[in-house]
Design a protein around this ligand. Structure first.
Ligand code: SF4
Length: 415
């Protein structure tokens, strides 16, 4: 269930229907202000709405003042064990403080942090991790780890409410993807507060991105989750942000920059599409609009399923074609496909986001396409389309049969 309550972290709204916010965490020593700010700026450039920094020592809490002043996005202070660091972080301007109420020294110390947070109007993030559950839940954790996580989170929520404090979001992280999904589904039914999602210690860029896409994507598709962080074993925080955005873009929850679509390739491929796709992806990073760019490995299908793309290329051994919204634009030598694609995109921008068509070049491209298209070839795309058609036909036949049934529309009841 989507969260009902909304909080504000700096100028970013979280929960209650606000767009899902993207977070990352710096990997630098926080007290190294120059390095930390540089990483924050890089993360913000690629779309981080919020950045969290670790505050394990006094010097890190001290550095917050300068970091907050120089950061383009709100800063969240990450505190463990030491409630005085949480107090300092609030005094030094952190937009939010992340803490685990179970490990900062008992109710009185939590109450002290809450009192200052209320006075400074600083929201908190209450974090529960599968690796650090309260002692009274250890047995339950063994029998039912999902319920144990949820009970720990609900217990901390009740602690906050007993202190008359509701300006917080909740995170409940596990290294297990199924447990992350199940526990957040359960928690979202039990509390109205915004949820921060993440799969903790997800792994390398490759495995971590996949685990996060499956775990967070499943929850986000259900409308659960208000802010996300992708935890990756990399020193480049911006890589986490890029993955987070791809997940949100794939689910059409938010738009940012171009969307690249590429065919999976098969035995019909006649040019080095691997490096072409990488090159296009890299160059598209410079463009702000959500334009859709499609790369097809051959022209056998015609423009096919890429018909809706704003721009696309389809290649062959010596020549290829650039198209837009299903219409051929020009035929070019394969080696110039990428440069010419970007020349067309730039021309589109220069003309106020309208296509500038050279009719002669377009006719030549259409001719090339008709020579290279093979409507009888059983390509992966056509097989998928045939399968889809067969499923639809079967569903229609079943629906018709059900309508013709002599008992159609009758209600059966044992009452
Ligand atoms: S048939 Fe489809 S998958 Fe194979 S190269 Fe052509 S466009 Fe790509």
């Amino acid at each position: 269930m989507a969260s009902h309550k909304q909080i504000r972290v700096g100028d970013v709204l979280i929960g209650g229907g606000a767009p899902v916010a993207v977070q990352t965490m710096t990997k630098t020593e926080t007290a190294n202000v120059a390095a930390t700010l540089e990483q924050i700026r890089r993360a913000a450039e690629v779309g981080a709405d919020l950045v969290r920094v670790a505050v394990p020592r006094d010097e890190d809490a001290e550095a917050l003042r300068e970091i907050v002043a120089g950061s383009p996005v709100p800063i969240i202070a990450d505190i463990h064990f030491n409630h005085t660091l949480a107090l300092k972080a609030i005094r030094n301007g952190a937009a939010c403080v992340r803490l685990n109420p179970g490990n900062i020294g008992g109710r009185d110390k939590v109450a002290e942090v809450v009192a200052l947070a209320r006075e400074a109007q600083t929201p908190l993030r209450i974090g529960v991790n599968s690796g650090s559950l309260p002692a009274h839940l250890r047995d339950l954790e063994y029998e039912d780890p999902i319920e144990a996580l949820v009970q720990a989170a609900v217990g901390f929520v009740e602690l906050m409410e007993s202190l008359d404090f509701t300006d917080f979001k909740v995170s409940m992280k596990s290294t297990s993807v199924p447990n992350t999904i199940a526990s957040n589904r359960l928690l979202s039914e039990r509390i109205p507060y915004p949820l921060h999602l993440g799969v903790t210690e997800a792994g390398t860029k490759w495995t971590g991105s996949l685990k996060s896409a499956v775990g967070l994507g499943t929850l986000l598709a259900d409308g659960i989750g208000d802010t996300i962080r992708i935890s990756l074993s990399t020193f480049q925080a911006e890589e986490e942000v890029k993955v987070a955005w791809e997940i949100l873009k794939a689910l059409k929850l938010r738009e940012r920059g171009p969307v690249l679509i590429a065919c999976p390739t098969c035995g019909r491929l006649q040019f080095d599409m691997d490096s072409v796709v990488v090159e296009i992806e890299r160059r598209l990073e410079a463009y702000p609009d959500p334009i859709e760019v499609s790369v097809l490995g051959c022209a056998v299908n015609g423009i096919g399923e890429a018909r809706h793309a704003d721009f696309g290329i389809t290649g062959a051994k010596d020549a290829g074609m650039i198209f837009s919204r299903g219409e051929p634009l020009k035929k070019v030598p394969t080696g110039q496909l990428v440069d010419e694609l970007f020349a067309e995109i730039d021309r589109w921008y220069a003309a106020g986001k309208t296509i500038v068509r050279d009719e002669r070049a377009a006719a030549e491209a259409a001719q090339w396409l008709s020579e290279n298209e093979d409507t009888s070839a059983m390509t992966p795309e056509r097989l998928a389309a045939l399968e889809e058609e067969a499923v639809r036909a079967q569903q229609a036949a079943e629906a018709e049969l059900a309508e013709r049934s002599p008992v159609a529309g009758r209600r059966f009841s044992r009452d």
